[in-house]
Design a protein around this ligand. Structure first.
Ligand SMILES: Cc1cc2nc3c(=O)[nH]c(=O)nc-3n(C[C@H](O)[C@H](O)[C@H](O)COP(=O)(O)OP(=O)(O)OC[C@H]3O[C@@H](n4cnc5c(N)ncnc54)[C@H](O)[C@@H]3O)c2cc1C
Length: 486
């Protein structure tokens, strides 16, 4: 008889693990606390507007393709994928930079800002491409069990790049502050400051300029729907509105969960809920990491988010827009060094209806605004409102249009919601940052050291934050379980 696996949570990592485990012959059931699946990537549909609640950047299309290829499928079997051109626009206080869909266009834009910079950019991206290949083939697909996993001829040749930072590498090649910001932006997805992120992570620059920014028609939730549909065809069973209250352990082995006041038995438990929360579902003697351990870790930011329906089409915007019109250093300090509500934050604005008419009613615009903030900050309606006014004023000034009277509705989401809806540690949005000391084998482990048959997946373990890493994390944990059971 097939071994029974219970997966806690239905984020991308859990969905990925569920598909891989079901394909390998396990009897898989997913238990999700919320009323819909997808975790941080859930969707809000209101008055004809469609919002992706969390992720909106579709980067590294190869990783999504590989996921579906593992099941003899292609992304196009499930959703239509369009490459965005421009990929995104960056607003500074006195200018904008538009990032096109190919290196030639991006080089032309770099030359406009800093004559001579295109040559450096091409060299920088070639190196980043090599790092991408090594990262995908040799680093991220390792389960993080031992430092030796990372020792390969390719990684040894690049060892210096683990000890230099992306910040110093970018500054060595480019002088213009705007170009520096554009090149430091991609590593923000890893959750840490560029001056605390190894230069090796320039592979994110290749993901950005080399592979491009894509959009699944209908929004990022199409990926969730695709994975759920695949999982169901493989036999995975889904239980929503079912918070897991306890992971049951007997004789040092995970034997099931408690949900809906009922004990449910299984042979293996995988938790894709935030790692810190997952361990609180265990009696304290079975936890591997103390509160002190978590409190010392560098967490990726939380976010203040607004989902806004506009009753008109907006001008001077693209699908993805970065408002880098204030001091990035100051904002970064207020996230990482002395956590506090930012004085004058950078923010991101996403208008998927610019390229995808299905995301908003005709003549309207779907707007998603994100302000990165430190996790664990006080979160009140007054603070949310203060920052709403602040970013709307900046948005109005930079794009040159009135919007106050065109907002049909607005909803917000912040630290308290991350905690309440996802059991997120301190309300983090993107998990644990990928700093040098929190990379690969230095991250919380996929397999419990204290409880047999208990595993973890998701953005707090390997490889790290982001949708593509979550897909990989689910595959890694499934391979480990397979190995343990063969
Ligand atoms: C605002 C925002 C923007 C982002 N932007 C991007 C982007 O543009 N591109 C990108 O690649 N990545 C982005 N990310 C990161 C990406 O969304 C995440 O890294 C990824 O979705 C995490 O997946 P996961 O499976 O690790 O966890 P989650 O999605 O958090 O899934 C965990 C699940 O566990 C459930 N759960 C928790 N406790 C319990 C319990 N006791 N019982 C049952 N279920 C439980 C939760 O409800 C949740 O559904 C963004 C994230 C956020 C929040």
């Amino acid at each position: 008889m097939s071994k029974k696996v219970i997966i806690i949570g239905s984020g991308f990592s859990s969905l990925s693990a569920s598909c891989h485990l079901a394909k390998a012959g396990f009897d898989v059931s997913v238990y999700e606390k919320n009323n819909t699946v997808g975790g941080r990537a859930r969707q809000l549909v209101k008055d004809g507007f469609t919002f992706d609640i969390g992720p909106s950047w579709y980067w590294m299309p190869d990783i999504f393709e590989k996921f579906f290829n593992d099941f003899e499928k292609k992304t196009t079997d499930f959703y239509q994928l369009d490459k965005l051109d421009p990929a995104y626009k960056i607003f500074f206080s006195d200018d904008t930079i538009t990032i096109g869909d190919c290196m030639d266009k991006i080089c032309t834009e770099f030359e406009r800002i800093e004559p001579g910079s295109a040559v450096h950019l091409r060299k920088f991206i070639l190196k980043a491409q090599e790092n991408y290949r090594i990262a995908i083939d040799k680093v991220v697909l390792r389960p993080g069990l031992s430092p030796l996993e990372l020792v390969t001829p390719e990684t040894i040749a690049k060892v210096d790049q683990f000890f230099k930072t992306i910040s110093s590498e970018v500054r060595r090649n480019f002088k213009n502050k705007k170009l520096i910001s554009a090149l430091e932006f991609p590593v923000l997805f890893l959750g840490a400051k560029p001056n605390n992120t190894p230069a090796f992570y320039s592979f994110m620059n290749f993901a950005d300029f080399g592979l491009g920014t894509w959009h699944p028609k209908g929004g990022m939730y199409e990926i969730v729907k695709a994975m759920v549909s695949l999982a169901k065809t493989l036999g995975v069973k889904f239980h929503t509105n079912t918070p897991v209250k306890k992971i049951r352990v007997e004789n040092g082995k995970a034997v099931g969960i408690i949900a809906n006041k009922t004990a449910i038995d299984c042979d293996i438990v995988v938790s894709g809920a935030d790692y810190h929360h997952s361990e609180t579902l265990l009696d304290s003697k079975y936890r591997q990491y103390s509160e002190a351990y978590w409190s010392k870790k560098t967490f990726a930011p939380s976010s203040l988010l607004f989902y806004i329906g506009f009753d008109k089409k907006l001008k001077n915007i693209e699908h993805h827009n970065l408002f880098f019109d204030t001091d990035f250093e100051q904002h970064a300090k207020e996230i990482y060094d002395s956590p506090q509500w930012p004085t004058n934050p950078l923010f991101y604005a996403n208008f998927p209806s610019v390229t995808d008419a299905s995301m908003a009613p005709s003549g309207c615009e779907t707007g998603f605004f994100l302000v990165p903030i430190a996790p664990g900050l006080e979160d009140t309606p007054t603070l949310r409102d203060t920052y709403f006014k602040l970013i709307m004023a900046r948005f109005k000034a930079r794009t040159g249009q009135e919007i106050e009277n065109n907002i049909i509705f607005k909803e917000s989401f912040c630290v308290n919601d991350f905690i309440e809806q996802y059991n997120s540690y301190k309300g983090n949005a993107y998990g644990m940052a990928n700093t040098l000391m929190q990379t690969a084998f230095l991250r919380p482990k996929l397999k419990s050291k204290k409880v047999e048959n208990l595993f973890f997946t998701g953005q707090l373990t390997v490889p790290g934050p982001g949708v593509p890493p979550a897909l990989i994390s689910g595959k890694l944990v499934a391979s480990l379980i397979n190995k343990n059971n063969s």
